[in-house]
Ligand binder design. Structure first.
Ligand code: SF4
Ligand code: SF4
Length: 248
């Protein structure tokens, strides 16, 4: 079982509640957990000041002060149990808070046995504050780095989207160009075929001309030959007639 931390006993607490007015009492994580277990939500009883968690005030008094009495007395924060004994960081020593109505009535030396506990408690508060602030800073850094990342990524994403869009346009244009080229090739092919056809037709024409020339030559040769044969026949006929006349 955990050893209870010694407390400051205030003989005036039945009548005085000055330390519960406009309080700036700082709570440890253990205090917070203990009070939460009573059914209170953190936002109901806490405020944050420079990373320290302090009791909330309503109408200039602690939220737990009801009819001049502490409503969570058995579970009140550890700082309330030490008060008015506090550790002054500026002078690095233990003092009785001058805001206490009966500060003059207390003898600090009587409370010396509490010093170690107060010091451990106060350093624990500072340590918890540092951890809290580091977490906050880490969260801030995370948010900032996320925002920075987004700031960097967003233009890059935009650029990528633009490139993707340009790529689609280029692909579309390429497809169009390919179609055009295909059409052009067909046209070229048609042109080439037509040219080939023209050459073939010219060759056929040349051949026809050649054949026609050969036919003309052949016909002339036949005519000449017929003429020669006819001449020879005429000569033979003449010779036959001459021979008959000679025989008569
Ligand atoms: S928690 Fe209780 S003792 Fe502490 S300041 Fe509030 S009312 Fe006072
Ligand atoms: S202000 Fe001082 S005297 Fe009054 S209750 Fe608090 S500790 Fe006691």
């Amino acid at each position: 079982m955990k050893k209870p931390i010694p407390e400051f006993y205030c003989p005036y607490s039945d009548k005085c509640y000055q330390c519960c007015l406009d309080t700036e009492m700082t709570l440890s994580e253990e205090d917070i957990t203990r009070i939460e277990k009573l059914g209170y939500e953190i936002y109901e009883f806490l405020e944050e000041k420079d990373g320290f968690m302090t009791l909330r005030n309503i109408d200039n008094h602690c939220i737990f002060l009801k009819n001049t009495r502490c409503s969570i007395y058995e579970n009140r924060p550890q700082g309330c149990r030490f008060y008015p004994l506090i550790y002054d960081f500026e002078i690095e020593d233990f003092v009785l808070d001058n805001l206490c109505d009966h500060q003059e009535d207390f003898d600090l030396e009587i409370y010396r046995p509490l010093f170690d506990s107060v010091q451990v408690f106060v350093y624990n508060l500072v340590s918890e504050r540092d951890i809290r602030m580091r977490k906050t800073m880490e969260e801030d850094i995370k948010v900032e780095s996320k925002e920075s990342k987004e700031e960097i990524e967003d233009p890059v994403k935009k650029e990528i989207n633009k490139i993707e869009s340009d790529k689609e346009k280029i692909e579309s244009l390429m497809a169009q160009v390919i179609d055009d080229v295909k059409d052009e090739n067909v046209e070229n092919l048609e042109e080439a075929l037509k040219s080939e056809m023209r050459e073939i037709e010219e060759e056929i024409e040349e051949l026809e001309k050649g054949i026609q020339a050969d036919i003309v030559s052949a016909e002339e040769y036949i005519k000449i030959t017929e003429k020669s044969i006819k001449s020879e026949i005429d000569d033979l006929e003449k010779r036959r007639k001459n021979s008959e006349e000679d025989n008569n």
